[in-house]
Design a protein around this ligand. Structure first.
Ligand code: NOJ
Length: 451
């Protein structure tokens, strides 16, 4: 079988990257609103204050999604927009914004998919220690209770965390994303404990408050490796590398988060590496963390270089002189889509949802007033063929979210990196559907049959 009849052809975004209106209608500040003001963190000193002004343009944006023919749209709720201090007093205007967005999507026949945490932690909670504070799972639970009570009847697909590998790995260990900290191992262990418990509490709330057919998952990322040939040995080597734990950037690993969540324990390699330095959970806590989920969501852009570090010329396993790359400098490695589906399905036995995949290009509006992005079309085409191969082999794939629905604020990279199907002129907020949007429209209409 190829793509199922009800395959969720979609696109994704995140609140802080598109909404703007950073201080309007009672929204509180998040760490990406406040800490990024310090010079040196973000390219050109750019911020998310206005971004794509989606807060005011959401109707136009949903109309464009409808024109593309999207079946689903993955977006995140801004925690400080609905709970300005992170807990306590609710901002009704914030809830109204998301209610209106959801209504608009449903009226357009588009399935809303909500990510609960896409990185913009309320600044008030950061002041109390953020994810280091053992109260943080309770804060998150309060927020999730609020939004699932508000939207749980209308919204079927929910994700707890987007890329814990990044907000912990890059934000709290690597120091390149907000809150720009480099914490030592023991602190990362505490943070891991809190994030896993927060996930568990959130899943419990989602199941309590949402419609009976709710589908719950999360949206991790991580390095996956393509076998160098099809021998069993090479496949096993790639499988192992995809599930490996590095002693240094362990929060960046796939299995660091997914094994506790799907298997109820840390991976063997982590047990060996860290022994009793690992976070400790009692039986009830393990049961909370590893409650069954409905799908394995993940964000996949390129094959990982590990365990083959860059050579002396700076090339990793997949790059070479003049090799194909996106504007992010990421390798174009479509086969990884098939291999990560296969490896994750083998290990976790859950239907897969591609929660992000896409390409940044140096797009601009041409003389004919269109945005021609043939490289992006080729990129999506190749990755979808690879996904199709997985589906044809019987791996259940629920859907594919192109990242991103529109050009947006690419975190520390600012606005230069354009991932969108929709081009945004940030001077005027004018939107233009790129060629890739029209191409994707055709793919959706044909359910990927003619790829
Ligand atoms: C990962 C993140 O979830 C998203 O916010 C980011 O913009 C894209 N991938 C591209 O880097």
């Amino acid at each position: 079988m190829s793509f199922s009849k009800d395959f969720l052809w979609g696109a994704a975004s995140a609140a802080h990257q598109i909404e703007g209106a950073f201080d309007e209608d009672g929204k509180g500040m998040g760490i990406w609103d406040t800490l990024t003001r310090e010079p040196g963190h973000i390219a050109h000193g750019e911020n998310g204050d206005v971004a794509c002004d989606h807060y005011h343009h959401y109707k136009e944006d949903v109309a464009m999604m409808k024109e593309i023919g999207l079946k689903s749209y993955r977006f995140s709720i801004s925690w400080p927009r609905v709970l300005p201090q992170g807990t306590g007093k609710v901002n009704q205007a914030g809830l109204d914004f998301y209610r209106n967005l959801i209504e608009e999507l449903l009226a357009a026949g588009i399935e809303p998919m909500i990510t609960l945490y896409h990185w913009n932690l309320p600044a008030a909670l950061y002041e109390k220690g953020g994810w280091k504070n053992p109260e943080s799972p309770l804060w998150f639970e309060e927020y999730v209770d609020l939004v699932t009570k508000a939207f749980g009847e209308k919204v079927k697909y929910w994700m707890t965390f987007n890329e814990p590998q990044l907000f912990v790995g890059a934000g709290l260990a690597g120091g390149v994303h907000a809150p720009f900290e480099r914490n030592e191992e023991a602190v990362i262990m505490e943070i891991t404990r809190n994030v896993l418990l927060a996930h568990g509490r959130a899943v419990r709330k989602i199941r309590e408050n949402c419609r009976a057919d709710v589908k719950v998952g999360f949206a991790p990322t991580g390095e996956c490796v393509i076998p160098k040939d099809l021998s069993e040995e090479s496949i096993e080597e790639a499988r192992k590398a995809s599930f490996a734990i590095s002693p240094f950037m362990f929060p960046g690993a796939n299995t660091w988060w997914a094994d506790p969540i799907f298997k109820g324990e840390f991976p063997e390699e982590a047990k060996q590496l860290f022994g009793d330095r690992l976070p400790v959970f009692d039986a009830d806590e393990w049961a909370l963390i590893s409650q069954p989920l409905d799908f394995y969501g993940f964000n996949i852009y390129q094959a990982g270089g590990n365990p083959f570090p860059p050579n002396e010329y700076g090339y990793d396993r997949y790059s070479y002189q003049g090799s194909p790359k996106t504007a992010m400098g990421w390798n174009i490695t479509p086969d990884i889509m098939y291999w990560c589906c296969r490896f994750f399905y083998e290990r976790y036995q859950k239907p897969l949802l591609i929660t992000e995949n896409g390409m940044a290009c140096n797009d601009f509006v041409s003389l004919d007033e269109k945005v021609h992005d043939p490289a992006r079309i080729d990129f999506i085409h190749r990755y979808l063929l690879s996904l199709k191969k997985a589906a044809e082999e019987g791996i259940p794939v629920l859907g594919y979210c192109y990242w991103s629905i529109m050009d947006n604020y690419e975190w520390a990279e600012g606005y230069d990196k354009r991932f969108g199907l929709i081009y945004v002129d940030y001077r005027t907020q004018e939107r233009t559907l790129k060629d890739s949007a029209y191409w994707y429209q055709q793919v959706i209409a044909e359910n990927g049959e003619k790829l």
